[in-house]
Design a protein around this ligand. Structure first.
Ligand SMILES: Nc1ncnc2c1ncn2[C@@H]1O[C@H](COP(=O)(O)OP(=O)(O)OP(=O)(O)O)[C@@H](O)[C@H]1O
Ligand SMILES: [Mg+2]
Length: 346
């Protein structure tokens, strides 16, 4: 099955998985598990806008993949009964692409721009004016004879999502009325996500089994749902219930370790521990060594490894912690820092 292939790839989702995700996506803030703070903030913002009969302020959703950014964008539209237009940074490579979208928005529409940090610079500049004054300037003609024609837009709410909030230029960041920083979910919350998904799939799973999955999904609902699917397959094929034994067997088969580390996480850790003697090592060096994009390491792998205390970020680079040495069953042999590798990139 093609969707087996991406089990260890937290970034790419297969088509089957996207359909599965769509079906499990909470439709309202009430159904959305966890992120209590962000939920409260969003609720307030949306209610205030309704009371004042205006479009809600622009919202930026920041955080690692799979924590619910797209889901929240859909909820913002759904809760206010507003139409939703979806686009993404990589699809907006010219100001004209953005102008076409903005000029066709209907009043009150929610415009979701995923991966907003990857939008073209010229479009970004157009967006500043659009966000602030619901207006854009369209350039007509070329060269010395070019003139700019102002165009009024319908009031809209921009919801931007990014895994790399640090890459957004300040003028853009400042134009959002509210920035939600999504955090990794704790195990109790992930159990709730799994319980909900399990019920929707009609799974007969006991609590212990769900708790075991919750502990291995990198604090991420998308991965929780993905692992649940693999466990369901396993139980189905072996004619078993979803219990702790079938969960352990399925996750072992799919190479998900007890901390939830997947193949890429482990490759990064092994590289830091064995090749670089525990670090410090710079991001680009690390990315090249494991054959991945630096952006993936920074946005996907690193936040989780930092969160569970396997690495720390220092001004000189990434360093493995004592917990990392022991998790991988290695004796600490951190080299004298004077002999550590020079850092290329911090
Ligand atoms: N709070 C939540 N409660 C229940 N399910 C959730 C929650 N957050 C996310 N999910 C589930 O996880 C899946 C992935 O979430 P979503 O697509 O919103 O993540 P994302 O932050 O947009 O990820 P990416 O950065 O990769 O675009 C959703 O389909 C949904 O089923
Ligand atoms: Mg998304």
């Amino acid at each position: 099955m093609s969707d087996d292939l991406d089990l260890t790839d937290p970034v790419l989702a297969s088509e089957a998985e996207l359909a599965f995700e769509g079906a499990l996506r909470p439709k309202s803030l009430g159904e959305f598990v966890g992120q209590t703070r962000v939920r409260g903030q969003l609720q307030l913002l949306l209610t205030a806008a309704t009371l004042q009969q205006r479009t809600p302020d622009h919202i930026l959703l920041a955080g690692p993949p799979g924590l619910g950014k797209t889901t929240l964008a859909m909820i913002v539209a759904h809760e206010g009964g507003r139409p939703l237009r979806m686009s993404s940074g990589p699809a907006i490579q010219h100001a004209g692409d953005l102008a076409a979208i903005l000029s066709s928005l209907v009043p009150g529409e929610v415009l979701f721009i995923d991966e907003i940090h990857r939008m073209a610079r010229s479009a970004e500049e157009m967006l500043y004016l659009a966000m602030e004054d619901f207006r854009i300037d369209i350039m007509v003609g070329k060269g010395a004879g070019a003139t700019s024609v102002p165009l009024d837009l319908s009031p809209f709410t921009l919801v931007g999502a990014t895994t790399r909030a640090g890459l957004l230029p300040n003028p853009l960041r400042d134009r959002f009325g509210f920035t939600a920083h999504l955090e990794f979910y704790d195990e109790a919350e992930l159990e709730q996500v799994l319980g909900r998904a399990g019920a929707m799939l009609g799974l007969d799973a006991d609590r212990e089994a769900l708790a075991e999955i919750a502990g291995r999904c990198r604090g991420t609902p998308r991965i929780a749902n993905r692992l649940l699917r693999r466990v369901r397959d396993y139980a189905l094929v072996h004619g078993e219930r979803v219990d702790i034994a079938s969960v352990r067997a399925a996750l072992e088969l799919y190479d998900v370790d007890p901390l939830g580390l997947d193949r890429l996480d482990r490759a990064v850790m092994q590289m830091i521990l064995t090749r670089f003697g525990g670090g410090p090592v710079g991001l680009n060096t690390l990315a090249v060594s494991v054959g991945e994009e630096a952006e993936t390491i920074e946005a996907v792998v690193e936040p989780f490894l930092v969160r569970i205390g396997l690495i720390t970020r220092t001004p000189r680079g990434r360093v493995a912690t004592p917990a990392a040495w022991s998790h991988f069953g290695l004796a600490t042999n951190a080299p004298d820092s004077a002999t550590a590798l020079p850092l290329d990139d911090l």
